[in-house]
Each structure stands twice: as structure tokens, then as C-alpha cells.
Design a protein around this ligand. Structure first.
Ligand code: ASP
Length: 339
């Protein structure tokens, strides 16, 4: 009898620990990668970032917990960061050379392969909701500038005066960048990269935001939203609104990127993670590491958040830090900033 009880207990223990091991991640987010060093961070600032990331995870998780769609979880999580002045998306977006805020966003659903994106928009309060409207209510994948804004307005999205997006901190960043040589500038966000670009459009960190969610049906959605890079001009658009570069999702995995967009476009970075998994049978983590290595070899920097259908999350990046977080099925939140 004792033996049987012992056996039952050990079976129970094994299944309980197997269950706790299976506390899979259901939502991952990022608030940008870059030269985020602890020595430059005040306790107050770090607290503010942690609170904003926690709120984003909590809002997205509420959707998943209720049995809602991964698409909605991604939108809710991203909206929190777009509304926060701390991130380079929505309010708090970086400035173009001309002193404007031009924003990009994209969204993709893995189970249907539907995608929507907007680029260069200046009046849509939450650009991620515009990406969703393109995905849901149009026959297109990407809309840009005035046309995208007209469509958003017709769809009843909230439009704001462009001054809504302005923050002092981002304005000062632009002034600092403009004071330097405009034609030949060294990138100041990462001392190891001494590359020259035709015009200086960089900031010391990338504050783009993104989210990938896995809902109870096993559907994956990924989204990204950004103001781009400080001092960008000539209608420059980065990777964030480009499906396959900044955002990608299929039935196996979802990815959102942040970093020096030109490199993520050339590497077709987000899609490459999915392709390495499909064709080379790499795990989602191995695939992400491989792609970030490639970005580094090309001379670029940044990071990605990756979540696969098994609830495996990874956060590869080659910068000093990346604002990132995850929440599991049971509601366990993890937030990290530095390497
Ligand atoms: N990837 C974005 C871009 O190049 C910038 C960022 O991640 O903050 O527009």
C-alpha cells in the first residue's frame, strides 16, 4: 500500500513539475535597443521604464487571459507604449530633420498571414491601430503619408494635431544631432560602430516598440511601431513597417525588430528567423541568434523579440541594452534592460 501511495505521489510530483515547466510565455514586448547603460540610468528613469513595460504586458495579457485574439493583445500592449512619452513611438517619437514626427507601424497575423502597415504618418494618435485597419479593412498591405491618414480618418481612428507627439527630450536630441556635421557623421549610439552615413540621423538609442503574442488558440501575432531615427529626412522609412524586416509572423513564430533599420531591411531580418526555422530546422532561439549575428557582420546593430508556438521566447540583441519583457500563461512578468 505504502508503495502504491509513494508511486502515486511521485507521479503527481512529476506531472506538477512538468506543468510548471510548461508555464509558457504568451506575450513578449520590447521598447527599443541601443546604448542603454546602467551608469547613465537614474533609478527614477529605470522605474518609469519598468512601470510602463509592466503596464504594457498587463494590458496585453488581459486579452489573452480572457481568450481573446493575439492580434488584440499585440495592439493593447503596443498602444500603452505609443501613449507613453518614454518610447520612440506615438507620443515621444523622434524628430525628422525638418522637426516633424513621422511614424511607421506594422502588424502581422501568423495563422492567416494577413498583414497591414503604415509609414510616414503624422496625425494618427496610435499608428498600430492604423496598421490594423489596413490589415482588416483594406485590400492592401501598406499605406503611406497623407493617403494613410485619409484612410485612417475614414475608418474613424483618432487623429491628433502633430504637436501631440512632441516631447522636449526628443526635440533636444534633434538639436544635438543637427549641431554636428550634417554630411558625414559618425554614429553616436554605439562607440564600436564608426560607420559613416550620408547624413546624420541617429540617436544614442532606438526606442521603437514591438510585441508578439500567442493566444489560447495557438495563434501568433506580431507588431512594431516607431518614430524611426532622429534627423531622418527625404521620407526615409526604416524596417519597422516592412513586413519581413521589422515584423513577421507565421503559424510557427512571431518576430518584432528594433535597431538600425537599414540593416534589418537588407537582412530581411524578421523573415530570416522564420526561414531559418523552416528550412534549416533551427530552434527559434538559434534562428534569432544567427540573424543578429548576421546584422552585426553587416555593420548594423539592434535586437529582436521572438516568440514561437511552444511559448519559447528569446531576445537576441547586439547593443548594450534592450528594453524587453515577457509574461507567461500564469501571469509571471519578467522585465530586463541591460545585457
Ligand atoms: N528600426 C527603427 C528604424 O530604423 C528604429 C528603432 O528601432 O528604434 O526606423
Amino acid at each position: 500500500m505504502k508503495k502504491i501511495v509513494g508511486l502515486i505521489l511521485s507521479v503527481l510530483t512529476i506531472s506538477v513539475s512538468a506543468q510548471s515547466k510548461q508555464d509558457k510565455v504568451v506575450l513578449v514586448i520590447h521598447g527599443g535597443a541601443g546604448t542603454i547603460l546602467k551608469k547613465y540610468m537614474t533609478a527614477e528613469k529605470e522605474k518609469a521604464y519598468r512601470e510602463a513595460l509592466t503596464e504594457s504586458l498587463t494590458k496585453g495579457f488581459e486579452v489573452i487571459k480572457k481568450g481573446g485574439e493575439s492580434e488584440e493583445a499585440v495592439i493593447e500592449a503596443i498602444k500603452v507604449m505609443e501613449d507613453s512619452p518614454l518610447f520612440n513611438a506615438g507620443k515621444g517619437a523622434v524628430f525628422t530633420h525638418e522637426g516633424k514626427n513621422e511614424m511607421d507601424a506594422s502588424l502581422m497575423l501568423g495563422h492567416t498571414m494577413q498583414a497591414g502597415a503604415v509609414a510616414g504618418v503624422t496625425t494618427i494618435k496610435n499608428p498600430i491601430t492604423a496598421a490594423k485597419t489596413v490589415l482588416r479593412n483594406s485590400a492592401h498591405v501598406m499605406m503611406v503619408g497623407k493617403g494613410a491618414e485619409e484612410f485612417a480618418q475614414k475608418q474613424g481612428l483618432e487623429l491628433v494635431d502633430p504637436s501631440y507627439f512632441k516631447t522636449e527630450e526628443r526635440w533636444n536630441s534633434l538639436q544635438k544631432v543637427i549641431e554636428k556635421d550634417k554630411d558625414k557623421m559618425e554614429l553616436d549610439h554605439d562607440a564600436k560602430t564608426q560607420a559613416y552615413v550620408p547624413f546624420n540621423f541617429v540617436d544614442e538609442k532606438f526606442g521603437t516598440v514591438g510585441a508578439v503574442a500567442l493566444d489560447q488558440k495557438g495563434h501568433i501575432a506580431a507588431g512594431t511601431s516607431t518614430g524611426g531615427m532622429t534627423n531622418k529626412r527625404f521620407g526615409r522609412v526604416g524596417d519597422s513597417p516592412i513586413i519581413g524586416a521589422g515584423t513577421y509572423a507565421n503559424s510557427e513564430v512571431g518576430i518584432s525588430s528594433t535597431g538600425w533599420g537599414e540593416y534589418f531591411i537588407k537582412a530581411v531580418a524578421a523573415y530570416d528567423v522564420a526561414a531559418l526555422m523552416e528550412y534549416k530546422k533551427l530552434s527559434s532561439k538559434q534562428a534569432g541568434d544567427e540573424v543578429i549575428k548576421k546584422i552585426g557582420q553587416l555593420g548594423g546593430d539592434g535586437g529582436m523579440i521572438i516568440l514561437d508556438k511552444n511559448g519559447q521566447a528569446s531576445f537576441p540583441f547586439n547593443t548594450a541594452g534592450m528594453y524587453r519583457g515577457s509574461i507567461t500563461q500564469s501571469g509571471k512578468i519578467t522585465i530586463e534592460i541591460y545585457q
